[in-house]
Design a protein around this ligand. Structure first.
Ligand code: DCP
Ligand code: MG
Length: 458
């Protein structure tokens, strides 16, 4: 085991609920429950204000409503959470190439591998800076644990919650773990916990005193052996990086809209070449070529074409991007163009000639825009979902606070506004329409280049 606390564990605080509070100023400091709202719905998470009433993840929403009848109950907006998760993970990858995401809001980072820290002081500084960066970029808080192993780093972030940082000094691990319940250790679920309790083992100290042979007798060889090591705070599991990029893409925003079709074609070709350089730089190839066009009126569309096999051939990618451009109307001008390749593989097929002809273009949903799936309101008979973003021609941007009996209640506010006012409409109110989520922090106007994370707005 290393002897410096350079493994970092990040876990965002009340993630889905915090995103909703950041989106909706009137909910800040209030009890918020995100989850399934139907009769069989369960709670995904609750804000810390709602946890006071005993509401927690995986609880039936009906039970939560009894405990916290005055909380705001919202349906999840996964696409938004995913786009914010991408921003957070990108910040982690700036620290180190070794980032191991565990879920949308949680990851291990090996700071030593990224030269981001080598001792206690530099680790603490990197953790503090990360928390500040996450807040600046996403407007949200995350808790950081630092330790010399994954197990202890995760325990540390748990202790740091909410909105804190805890560093466990190497050498103090066993003293810290000893009084903790066995359930604290990874791999000890309710069943194992019960089993151990019946054998008189409730704390980590009990585990280490029971000894390895006894634990192997109780739990079997692999589990007993592993648990004994954990009880002694021995954890050598490395941080394992995932294949990070799901796509490689480049894009440019233009200061002045481009109208000339020939110039647009040249820009797309240039972007295709830049995308290929990036792809090759990462030793990757991909099957799906994506073109992104944002028009003068901010409407954004993506077109994609999937080849028979992965490629990193500039001609193939250039031609595919040009074909995709043919299917896009650019009358009125464009303000942004992007070319990307997804469906990545770390090899290239030899026979690419057949692919220059490609397969027919298909439309893909705009990235970053919530996919409401089957629940998406039908235009004919709008069915408004609690928490959903909407826009009204007169009152602007807001979100659905409630609906039913042919009425819909909307609170008009944005992430950057003061808490807004509520208005009630007939649910078929003309002009009231679904809208895309707005950015949670003030955007800095900048020419964007690189792995595209944007997409909070269409
Ligand atoms: N989640 C879920 N269902 C669960 C647990 C979690 O949908 N049973 C979702 C909602 C959470 C997110 O995953 O916001 C992250 O899970 P965490 O366990 O990290 O919980 P939170 O981030 O909400 O709270 P905490 O501050 O305790 O980390
Ligand atoms: Mg969390």
């Amino acid at each position: 085991m290393r002897n410096a606390p350079t493994i970092l564990h990040l876990d965002m605080d009340a993630f889905f609920a915090s995103v909703e509070q950041a989106s909706k100023p009137s909910l800040r400091g209030k009890a918020v429950v995100v989850g399934g709202i139907g009769p069989r719905g369960v709670v995904a998470t609750a804000s810390y204000e709602a946890r006071v009433f005993g509401v927690h993840s995986a609880m039936p929403t009906a039970q939560a409503r009894r405990l916290a009848p005055n909380a705001a109950y919202l349906t999840p907006r996964f696409a938004l959470y995913r786009s914010i998760s991408d921003q957070v993970m990108a910040l982690l990858r700036q620290l180190s190439p070794l980032v191991e995401p565990l879920s949308l809001d949680e990851a291990f980072v090996d700071l030593e591998a990224g030269d981001a820290a080598r001792d206690e002081a530099s680790a603490r500084e990197a953790g503090a800076r990360l928390r500040a960066d996450i807040r600046a970029v996403t407007g949200l808080t995350g808790s950081v644990g630092l330790a010399a192993s994954k197990m202890l780093a995760k325990i540390a972030s748990e202790r740091a919650k909410p909105d804190g940082l805890v560093l466990i000094e190497p050498g103090t691990e066993r003293a810290l773990l000893s009084p903790m319940p066995v359930r604290t250790l990874p791999g000890v679920g309710p069943a194992t916990g019960d089993h151990l309790r019946r054998a008189g083992i409730t704390t980590v100290l009990d585990l280490s005193e029971a000894g390895e042979d006894e634990l192997v007798r109780l739990l079997g060889k692999a589990h007993g052996h592993a648990l004994y090591a954990m009880a002694l705070a021995r954890d050598d599991r490395p941080v394992v990086a995932e294949r990070e990029a799901k796509s490689v893409s480049v894009e440019d925003t233009y200061a002045v809209d481009i109208h000339d079709r020939l110039r647009i074609g040249l820009e797309v070709r240039r972007l295709a070449d830049r995308c290929v350089r990036r792809l090759r730089g990462a030793g990757l190839s991909g099957r799906t070529i994506v073109l992104k066009v944002r028009r003068y009126d901010f409407s954004t569309l993506t077109r994609s074409e999937t080849l028979r096999g992965p490629t990193d051939d500039p001609t193939v990618i250039r031609e595919a991007a040009a074909r995709l451009l043919d299917s896009v109307d650019t009358t009125g001008g464009v303000r942004l163009l992007g070319v990307g390749v997804s469906g990545l593989a770390d090899y290239t097929q030899e026979d690419l000639f057949a692919q220059a002809a490609g397969e027919p273009a298909e439309e893909t949903p705009e990235e970053g825009v919530p996919d409401f799936g089957p629940e998406r309101p039908e235009p004919a008979a709008p069915e408004w979902r609690a928490g959903q973003d909407v826009r009204h021609p007169e009152y602007g941007h807001g979100w659905v606070q409630g609906s039913g009996l042919g009425r819909v209640t909307v609170r008009f506010e944005t992430p950057l506004s003061a808490p807004g006012r509520v208005r009630t409409f007939r649910s078929d109110e003309a002009g009231l329409e679904p809208a895309d989520p707005l950015p949670l922090v003030a955007q800095v106007e900048a020419a964007v280049e690189g792995e595209t994370e944007d997409g909070m707005r269409g």
